[in-house]
Design a protein around this ligand. Structure first.
Ligand SMILES: [Zn+2]
Length: 102
């Protein structure tokens, strides 16, 4: 994963510059797909800086694997939706427990 991100940074030619308002900005110099990937990588760095990156997850359901933003208070969410994937997993666990108790 790190190689993919670092490769995207290199291909995009990420440029960092300081601005008169005592801030900075980063942008991709490349155009096309490499530039688009660079912009995506920059959104990742913004999320890392804001501390929200660990909450961007992939649903653990084998039938789903959707990307989702974990809004649970403790940040321990596993499923994209409790109503769909969470309930499905709990029903399967309940059926497994019932089978082993029979
Ligand atoms: Zn899901």
């Amino acid at each position: 994963m790190l190689d993919v991100l670092n490769d995207a940074v290199e291909r995009a030619g990420i440029l960092l510059s300081f601005t008169p308002d005592r801030y900075w900005r980063a942008m991709a110099r490349a155009e096309g797909a490499d530039g688009a990937m660079g912009e995506l990588v920059l959104r990742v760095t913004e999320s890392m800086t804001a501390g929200t990156w660990p909450r961007l997850k992939v649903c653990v359901s084998d039938a789903c694997h959707w990307a989702f933003y974990d809004t649970s208070r403790a940040g321990t969410g596993k499923w994209c939706s409790m109503r769909v994937c969470g309930n499905r997993a709990k029903q399967e666990a309940w059926r497994d427990r019932r089978r082993t108790n029979e």
